[in-house]
Design a protein around this ligand. Structure first.
Ligand code: PLA
Length: 520
């Protein structure tokens, strides 16, 4: 076990500067890819390493140890083949200190590490946290050297070459902005007022936004959809008497920490029926009927994440009536406007209906996906209030919440959105590009389903084409998802969610091979 491969890994970790007889103090910075079920994923030290008089030393072993983050170990070796790392394990070691005279190369490397450890020891009580359930998939994907690897974790749209996609309408708006040589001053705490108006118009349509009462909306520019949800949660926790937020089961993995960290109590309601891969509408209605009055109900406006399952128009109408009757507060998260049907107006059916029905609703909007502005963090949060005075009060408190958190939001992305939504030709171009993205995803859904059927899969894959938006909630088990990554270098979130926006004409056949192989 600790032979040539071990030596090779050892060299990778220590830069090939080992010398017989050297003793090292090692600080284990992090260990990942290790699980109780998967003990192969250990880091082994095969040497005599003795405990030293140091409070942080926690392991003794003659042969090999399973290390954990935060441990300090003393290593003294007679041979260079000291360390073996099982495949898949990622272990970062820092803070080496030589206890005997090292070679000059080692000395230099150790000096650097010693400095690192001295710094690090101040924070040694900070436990290592796990990677994010969604963004951590990209971390694992980045570590994989297989040229065939596919990242279907995060919901980020790719073109048919698998490349990140910048919309031409966005590029055109940027060129206009470059020419304009705008100042780069701070925005107000609540962001760009014109952008907020444009965002509300996009959500509710020009008809709704011209209707009386629309001036009663309180709105602010936020750090994208995540920031909108968080600021909404913060306001609820500070000023709302019943900050119980009900999330659909399942929901976007970040919803629970967002609302919990904001200080709300998070509860769940029935949403998905695994037996039909569809909506459990009966269960949803039954749960909503039981909610105490004034509870906040989080609803995905369209393209539900992760299931891709949305209520029909008739079901939305029924939900709106029920929630009015039960005095519940709808909190819409609209992160994929345009990704269900390809048409932003069609996809906004639910929030528009709820607004017409007179709900005191909350709306979180993201411009990451539909405008492809992911890294620019463009979002909007709004509250339907009863009067201008009420809206002003809500806005004033949102500003008080935002100022000590991030002071004011970024300026570039909202300028891009304003250029597009205020200029007819650019807006039409954007709408066409949005439709193109939605159509490409639909095409990939069809190819993946027919690819699996053509391979003679005994499973039913109708849901690949019946679900909406960016994601396919495949029904793959965590074990099958694990096999997809280890055997095929295909990366998805553990819950079996496939980001269809990352599938391409070239990769779809390989993906069908992979899914067929692990579901046989
Ligand atoms: N709301 C929902 C339902 C989302 O799926 C996402 C993003 C957001 C809000 C927030 O996105 P934003 O902050 O960029 O506007 N969900 C992604 C990315 C696409 C993520 O997890 O951050 C996802 O892969 O689920």
């Amino acid at each position: 076990m600790l032979s040539a491969r071990a030596a090779c890994l050892f060299h990778a970790v220590f830069g090939g500067c080992w010398r017989t007889g050297v003793q090292l103090e090692l600080y284990v910075l992090s260990v990942s890819g290790v699980s109780e079920k998967n003990p192969r994923h250990d880091l082994y030290f095969a040497t005599q390493h003795e405990p030293v008089a140091h409070e942080q030393v926690s392991r003794r072993s003659r042969q090999c140890v399973r290390v954990t983050a935060g441990e300090l170990l003393l290593i003294s070796g007679e041979e260079p083949s000291l360390i073996a790392m099982a495949p898949g394990a990622m272990t970062r070691i820092a803070g080496m200190r030589a206890l005997t005279a090292p070679s000059s190369t080692l000395a230099r490397s150790l000096q650097r590490s010693c400095a690192a450890r001295r710094e690090m020891s101040r924070w040694s009580k900070v436990p290592l946290g796990p990677e994010d359930a969604i963004l951590g998939v990209t971390v694992a994907y980045n570590h994989d050297p297989n040229p065939k690897k596919i990242n279907l974790g995060v919901g980020a749209y790719r073109d048919d070459e698998g490349k990140p996609f910048v919309l031409e309408s966005v590029r055109m708006a940027e060129r206009i902005l470059l020419e304009a040589e705008n100042a780069m001053e701070y925005l107000p705490v609540a962001g760009d007022k014109t952008f907020v108006k444009n965002a509300l118009k996009l959500a509710f349509g020009s008809e709704c936004s011209a209707a009386p009462g629309f001036e009663n909306f309180a709105g602010m520019q936020t750090l994208s959809g995540t920031g909108a949800c968080r600021m909404g949660g913060e306001l609820l926790a500070r000023f709302y008497d019943a900050p119980d937020v009900y999330l659909p089961t399942p929901s976007w993995a970040n919803h629970t920490p967002i609302f919990k960290d904001a200080g709300c109590t998070v509860k769940g309601y029935t949403y998905y029926d695994a037996s039909t891969c569809g909506l459990d509408f009966k269960g949803m209605v039954a749960d909503i009927e039981k909610m105490p009055p004034s509870s906040v109900v989080l609803l995905h406006a369209c393209a539900h994440n992760p299931t891709g399952v949305d209520p029909s128009k008739a079901q939305w109408d029924q939900l709106s009536a029920l929630m009015r009757e039960k005095h519940l507060v709808p909190f819409f998260d609209m992160a994929y406007q345009g990704f269900t049907s390809g048409d932003a107006d069609v996809d906004a059916y639910a929030p528009r209906k709820f607004l017409k029905d007179g709900h005191h609703m909350i709306l979180a909007q993201s411009f990451s996906k539909n405008f492809g502005l992911y890294g620019h963090r463009v979002g909007c949060l709004s509250f339907a209030c009863d009067s201008v005075a009420e809206a002003q009060a809500v806005e004033s408190q949102l500003k008080i919440l935002a100022r000590p958190m991030y002071s004011n939001p970024p300026i570039h992305g909202v300028r891009v959105v304003n250029e597009i939504l205020q200029e007819k030709t650019l807006e039409s171009k954007w709408r066409l590009e949005m439709q193109g993205m939605a159509e490409r995803i639909t095409g990939m859904r069809m190819k993946l389903r027919s690819g699996l059927e053509a391979r003679g899969s005994a499973k039913i894959w109708d849901h690949i084409t019946s679900q909406n938006g960016m994601f396919c909630y495949s029904g793959l088990t965590p074990e099958q998802v694990g096999r997809l990554s280890t055997e095929w270098s295909v990366y998805l979130t553990k819950n079996g969610r496939i980001s269809m926006a990352g599938v391409t004409s070239r990769s779809v056949e390989y993906l069908a091979d992979a899914i067929h192989a692990v579901t046989k």
